[in-house]
Design a binder for this molecule. Structure first.
Ligand SMILES: Nc1ncnc2c1ncn2[C@@H]1O[C@H](COP(=O)(O)OP(=O)(O)OP(=O)(O)O)[C@@H](O)[C@H]1O
Ligand SMILES: [Mg+2]
Length: 236
């Protein structure tokens, strides 16, 4: 089976700082993978490399077997990788519905409307359909951002800290939503510092430390790993 994402010996330096240092990471189609590690481990940099916002100094990134290293963010998103940001950025003066018209979908207007209706329903945004995006709660903004990404029907979605600033009750809904969408076939890579979210959400967890993949396994497996405890989970 061809991996949906394959990162092969990727390195990224900022001046003297090596943010990503020979990273290897594979995601299989339909997997739901957590990416954890201490502050500064290189998690967000990895997302920026995958989505073309940064270009690696060396190494190779492939999507469904096609080399996408150095491609533009626009071309990578059209090829099937969607992302949300650590800080959400909806178009505040547009309504929820109008925000979902923004992605440049390749389907016709009928299918576009059908997708919008389905996503508003699935992500509990129907009631706020005509509200301006800047009137939404922090959690609703995250759901809107996820809906916007899903308009393009990506093979892989990258989420940067979906639980940050979201109340625990809504986070339970967001976890259910991500798992349901994952079961329909979309692979996810989720960066998160909240270990209760990671343990509930992810079937596999990859641990990054100093720009390297130091462990991969179920949450229970990586929690028992000595190297991981020293780097990150010592206190839990
Ligand atoms: N644009 C940049 N210019 C210079 N250094 C950078 C840049 N982006 C990231 N870095 C450095 O690269 C390293 C990795 O940062 P990154 O943001 O990827 O970490 P992270 O794992 O996402 O951390 P956090 O959990 O705090 O969000 C850090 O030392 C950071 O200071
Ligand atoms: Mg980060």
């Amino acid at each position: 089976m061809t991996s949906v994402l394959s990162i092969d010996d990727v390195k990224k330096q900022f001046g003297g700082i090596v943010a990503v240092d020979g990273l290897d990471l594979e995601i299989e189609p339909g997997e739901l993978v957590g990416l954890i590690g201490p502050n500064g481990a290189g998690k967000t940099t990895t997302l920026n490399l995958i989505t073309g916002f940064l270009t690696p100094n060396s190494g190779k990134i492939s999507l469904n077997g096609t080399d996408i290293t150095g491609n533009s963010p626009d071309s990578i998103s059209r090829r099937g990788i969607g992302r949300t940001f650590q800080i959400t950025k909806p178009f505040g003066r547009l309504t929820v519905y109008e925000n979902l018209l923004v992605p440049n979908v390749s389907c016709g207007p009928t299918e576009q409307e059908a997708r919008i209706d389905r996503l508003l329903r699935e992500l509990h945004l129907e009631e706020v359909r005509e509200n301006r995006a800047d009137e939404l709660s922090g959690g609703q903004k995250k759901l809107l951002e996820l809906a916007r990404v899903l308009m393009l029907e990506p093979d892989l979605v990258l989420l940067d800290e979906p639980a940050a600033g979201v109340n625990p009750a809504l986070m339970d809904d967001i976890i259910d939503d991500i798992q349901r969408i994952n079961k329909q076939g979309t692979a996810f890579l989720v960066i998160e510092h909240d270990m209760s979210v990671i343990s509930e959400l992810c079937e596999r967890v990859v641990v990054l430390n100093a720009g390297r993949n130091i462990a991969s396994g179920t949450f229970e497996e990586i929690r028992g790993d000595q190297q991981v405890r020293e780097a990150y989970l010592g206190g839990t």
